[in-house]
Design a protein around this ligand. Structure first.
Ligand code: FAD
Ligand code: FES
Length: 265
């Protein structure tokens, strides 16, 4: 892990308040694995001390480029959205533990909102290893969906859902997952999105006896395991964490086997 001076190459809005940034960061590009993240310093006034944790959504190793997709929701992400080409952004990475490979050929990726980006990098990698990928994407409304050109390279099939029925299935993305699990043999599920969606996905996979990995989000300060601000409760104490019943999302995760997590009831 290093703190690399990343040069912003482009930073454009691709859906309502969703930005796609490409950064030249050769060390991170060469080493980051799907599911890992970076911590970008954006110098946003009072929030300057805290960096923005963002998953990497794609990598061009030869060109030394990493890509991130983010929603401008608050001071730091809005500050990031205002930078233009050639801005230099201190970027710490690679951080955290990424996705573990699936045992089965069939893979279902389930993403909601800002949870989609890490699944895109993972889908791209898995397709190169000849896995069959279905990507299920949920959003509140049509203009919150990422454009097809960013989604289709990561999957053999893309299915969309919206809460208000304005694009794709009218309802929850977990309805699509239920449908996928009913028609499939052995498969592996990877999920990232709002907590309720991940909890529902974990429950469906448990019932179907399908392995499921979730990429958790937590409020993070240091991002490197020191402040313990990102603790998540585990279903059972794990011998190999210093914190017994808790794990730190930034270094023990963000990716966990869904059965490890104590999901709130
Ligand atoms: C490992 C990891 C990977 C992430 N990857 C992405 C990504 O690829 N794309 C992306 O858009 N965002 C991602 N996020 C979330 C992103 O870091 C936060 O949205 C961002 O820090 C918000 O900062 P802000 O100052 O703009 O807004 P804030 O003012 O800090 O927050 C704005 C709103 O978002 C909520 N929020 C902020 N941070 C979090 C969080 N960590 N978890 C849940 N709710 C939060 C707040 O409650 C508030 O409602 C990731 C977070 C983590 C921990
Ligand atoms: S953010 Fe500091 S320990 Fe995880």
């Amino acid at each position: 892990m290093i703190d690399e001076q990343a040069r912003l190459l482009s930073n454009r809005e691709v859906a309502a308040d969703f930005f796609w940034a490409r950064l030249n960061a050769p060390y991170i590009a060469a080493h980051i694995e799907p599911g890992q993240f970076v911590n970008i310093e954006v110098g946003a006034g009072g929030a300057a001390l805290l960096r923005v944790p963002l998953s990497v959504s794609g990598v061009d190793r030869e060109a030394g480029i990493i890509e991130v997709l983010y929603e401008a929701v608050g001071p730091k992400t809005r500050a990031l959205s205002r930078f233009g080409p050639d801005a230099m952004l201190p970027t710490l990475g690679p951080l955290g533990q990424g996705f573990a490979p699936p045992e089965d050929r069939q893979v279902v990726l389930v993403g909601g909102g800002i949870g989609v980006p890490p699944l895109l990098y993972w889908g791209l990698e898995l397709r190169q290893r000849a896995h069959q990928i279905a990507l299920l994407v949920g959003a509140r409304t049509a203009n919150k969906h990422l454009p097809s050109e960013l989604l289709t390279p990561a999957a053999d099939r893309v299915r969309r859902a919206t809460d208000d029925g304005s694009r794709g299935h009218a309802g929850l993305v977990t309805d699509l997952l239920q449908d996928e699990l009913a028609g499939k043999g052995p498969c592996a599920v990877y999920c990232c999105g709002p907590p309720g969606m991940m909890r529902a996905t974990a429950a469906l996979c448990l019932a179907a006896q399908v392995p499921c990995q979730v990429s958790l989000e937590a409020y993070m300060a240091c991002g490197i395991g020191i402040c313990v601000g990102c603790a998540v409760e585990l279903a059972a104490a794990k011998g190999d964490t210093e914190y017994g019943r808790y794990a730190r999302v930034c270094v023990d995760g963000p990716v966990f086997d869904s059965r490890q997590i104590q999901w709130p009831t």
